[in-house]
Design a protein around this ligand. Structure first.
Ligand code: GLU
Length: 486
């Protein structure tokens, strides 16, 4: 550990000792201000996969410093989403750990101590500038063609004056004093060597007027205090890293390694949003996507895998490798997500499929549900599709247009023959269709398509023999009569 500051206190932390043993510890640090979107789900996934790959630990920390927007309900939601994906954490919240609390709003005494240390070392100072003054200063700098940064007004106050104004109750923030002429270098795990000049960074706020910690500060010190070794996060945080390293160096705290993941964009290259068909994880769950579909899709969004197979989390973790992370933006493609949904459905057992389909199976007798799901599984992506098939087998069929056409174009003789031969071959689809074929001379498509249309209301769909068995003789008879009456 280097730096002007070194506190033996930190050395006592078991988690920091773990770091020197090279145990990988990754973390997911969401702000509970909304539902998880695919960008942060992917960050959580890569963090969890990396920890699992390395036999390390995955930590969950809740960054609820934005008091106005943070909600306890969102925290519960996030936990539930992570569990649903199988991304359970080894440390944090209910998993416990010795570096807690793991919710930032409960860490204020820890931050207060660090602020005091920074102030005592002259590395932080109270700033009394009002929003209006700051805005005016920024506007003047912009007008002069300079990038706006804090002008240093309060940096120059004497310690006595600052203390007196604080004592008098004047509202103030706490600013970090950025050292002049320093180069901040680090090796990003995705983007390679990075180099920033401290002269490009103005003194920045580390504690807001209301006393809450600013993101740069609490996010960085918590990673250090919790013994996080690898920080995976979105590329939008890359430029924050130099400020965070300055804070850690000023406090003599250990620095994690940072990996900034390329952002997810839509077809048009713009950051992913609703208009690209992107949904929150909650919406994906509601529609009926399976966890394995989401994890397999996201793991391949910006990270290449040699295998095209549907992989479980252990297999995804085993093959996770930071060198396989791409630097260019990852394009969201709903068709790919649907491809993995198909694969995940194909891999599920009939019992799992019944559970997944839930209320869409209301019309299906309990004893027939697994058989029914095994029949329709290749023809559905979501429970809503299951519902359509369930209704057409067990309730009334409403033929779609291609089915109507197939029925209309077929000779009537096909249906009368089918009906006549039903009692002789009622339980054996093959024997039944063979006998119809012999009698009518119809074969292949000309035989099967109209029968399928008459019995299921669709021109295409699952294996007819299975459907035939599910329908039973009585329903088949009714449906054949119905088309004959048309
Ligand atoms: N709470 C921050 C966010 O959700 C965490 C950023 C980070 O991972 O460092 O954006």
């Amino acid at each position: 550990m280097t730096g002007p500051w070194y506190f033996p206190w930190f050395e006592l932390s078991a988690t920091i000792r773990a770091m020197s043993n090279n145990t990988v510890k990754t973390r997911f640090a969401p702000s509970p201000t909304g539902q998880l979107h695919l960008g942060n789900v992917r960050t959580a996934l890569f963090s969890a996969l990396h920890a699992r790959h390395a036999g390390g630990r995955f930590l969950l920390r809740i960054e609820d410093t934005d008091k106005a927007r943070s909600r306890e309900a969102f925290t519960r939601w996030i936990e539930d989403d992570l569990r649903w994906l199988g991304l359970t954490w080894d440390e944090g919240l209910d998993a416990g750990g010795d570096a807690g609390p793991y919710v930032q709003s409960a860490r204020e005494p820890i931050y207060a101590d660090l602020y005091a240390r920074l102030q005592a070392a002259g590395r932080a100072y109270p700033c009394f500038c009002t929003q209006e003054q700051l805005e005016a200063s920024r506007a003047a700098q912009r007008a002069a063609g300079r990038p706006p940064r804090y002008a240093g007004t309060c940096a120059r106050l004497s310690a006595e004056e600052a203390a007196a104004r604080v004592l008098a109750g004047e509202p103030h923030t706490l600013r970090f004093r950025v050292p002049a002429g320093e180069t901040i270098e680090f090796e990003d795990l995705v983007r390679g060597p990075q180099c920033f000049s401290s002269d490009d960074i103005g003194d920045f706020v580390i504690r807001r007027t209301d006393g809450t910690p600013a993101f740069f500060f609490c996010n960085a010190v918590d990673d250090a205090l919790m013994g996080v070794t690898h920080v995976w996060r979105g590329e939008d945080h890359l430029s924050n890293t130099s400020r965070q390293l300055l804070i850690l160096r000023a406090l003599g705290l250990p620095e994690p390694r940072y990996g900034h993941l390329a952002l997810i964009v839509g077809e048009d290259g713009a950051p992913l949003s609703k208009r690209h068909g992107a949904m929150s994880l909650e919406e994906l769950r509601e529609r009926g996507y399976l966890p394995a579909a989401v994890t397999n899709y996201l793991a391949r969004l910006g990270h290449t895998y040699a295998s095209d197979a549907l992989l479980n989390l252990d297999a995804l973790a085993a093959a996770f490798d930071p060198v396989r992370l791409g630097r260019s933006a990852a394009r969201f493609d709903l068709a790919q997500l649907d491809h993995w949904q198909k694969r995940a459905l194909a891999a599920a057992t009939p019992a799992q499929l019944v559970k997944w389909a839930g209320g869409s199976l209301t019309a299906v007798p309990v004893a027939q549900r697994e058989r029914f799901m095994a029949t329709v599984r290749d023809n559905v992506l979501f429970p809503a599709d299951v519902l359509v098939w369930a209704q057409s087998v067990y309730e009334k069929i409403v033929p779609d247009e291609p089915a109507e056409a197939a029925i209309k174009d077929a000779p009537r003789e096909l249906f009368t023959t089918a009906l006549e031969l039903l009692s002789a071959h009622g339980d054996d689809f093959r024997a039944w269709t063979k006998a119809i074929s012999v009698r009518t001379g119809l074969k292949g498509r000309a035989l099967f398509m109209p029968l399928r249309a008459a019995l299921t209301g669709r021109a295409h769909g699952p294996e007819m023999a299975h459907f035939f068995a599910l329908l039973g003789r009585e329903k088949i008879e009714q449906r054949l009569r119905a088309v004959m009456e048309e």
